[in-house]
Design a protein around this ligand. Sequence first.
Ligand SMILES: Nc1ncnc2c1ncn2[C@@H]1O[C@H](COP(=O)(O)OP(=O)(O)O)[C@@H](O)[C@H]1O
Ligand SMILES: [Mg+2]
Length: 365
Amino acid sequence: MAMVRLEKASKHYGDVVALREVDLSVMEGEFVTLLGPSGSGKTTMLNLIAGMLAPTSGSIHIAGKDMTQVPPNKRGLGMVFQNYALMPHMTIFENIAFPLRVRKMANDEIKKKVAAVLELVHLPHVAGRKPRELSGGQQQRISLARCIVYSPSIILMDEPLGALDKKLREQMQLELKRLHTELKITMLYVTHDQEEALTMSDRIVLLNDGQIEQMGPPDELYFKPRSVFAADFLGDSNMWDVRVESTGAQATAMLPSGHKVLAGSGNFAKAGDKVKAMIRPENITVVREGEDAGRFDNHAEGTAIDSIILGGVIKHYVKLKDDVTITAQELTRSGRRALTPGQMVRLAWRSDDTLLLPLSGKIAA
Ligand SMILES: Nc1ncnc2c1ncn2[C@@H]1O[C@H](COP(=O)(O)OP(=O)(O)O)[C@@H](O)[C@H]1O
Ligand SMILES: [Mg+2]
């Protein structure tokens, strides 16, 4: 069953269209991430679901009921924000107990519940402290505990880890995933960070200017983007201007220099059209001396510009005759070291990993 459903939901702020006729279903137990650049409508969408905002048109359904006119506190949702919003003068225990007291729960029951959620977020020892006596990451775990404690069926989170440094953020991402698996709560999570979205989500909803650009499991968005926007937003890509020569099960396209590129179908286009060719850097192989590149159907020669070692991976920048620069990425291992600037380099990649994309708009689903 869909726990959250938006039907043609729009939100206008005066002349600004923040959300344009969005349809979305989030299934029970799913972890769905709203991803997109700043201003794409993520917070607006979450606030429509939470009931903090009313849609200009369209409707919001929760657990099968039309909730468009229902106030936030009657929607059975939990919400976690970027600024932890803990009450500074109250102890951690009282902060977490607060939503239960509002619900007039008995004292014994409250004690049990608070102890249980403190265990769940791995902070059983901080009950007597004040929020300022905790680190940022600990405070964020407490605001999560305060949300979980009254067992909402859906948790909405708006960039909850945005204020934390990278290490802590990655730790908390795993923590949230664990809680999601343990509690089987439906989670709707907002982030502008594509790595975070790829790490955490069952499904990513990519927003672009108030509309859904593409949605699907992380690997689908990453490997099968249907637009230049999606390819650019998730991960790195080589993106070349090419002219379509033929389409079909396999397509051929041409760089300005006349270098032929074999690609996936390209069926949205016809011969003569100008399109983009997209290849992920990790799908481009640097062919070393004596290596057999026979399993690749695309080959090119160029001049090494530079290599950059990023710890576990190494990035090579290679210039083709066309003045096109290719980025290739491989795992840092012995024998896979930096290229010498100026050296000739052979590159190879598969047509299956080469996507043709329209210059604007997207390929139909
Ligand atoms: N209260 C408001 N009044 C006017 N415009 C707003 C308001 N809130 C958001 N917007 C505009 O709506 C669009 C979407 O904003 P928002 O949902 O906050 O995006 P995101 O969370 O993806 O950064 C932006 O263009 C933003 O400037
Ligand atoms: Mg926002």
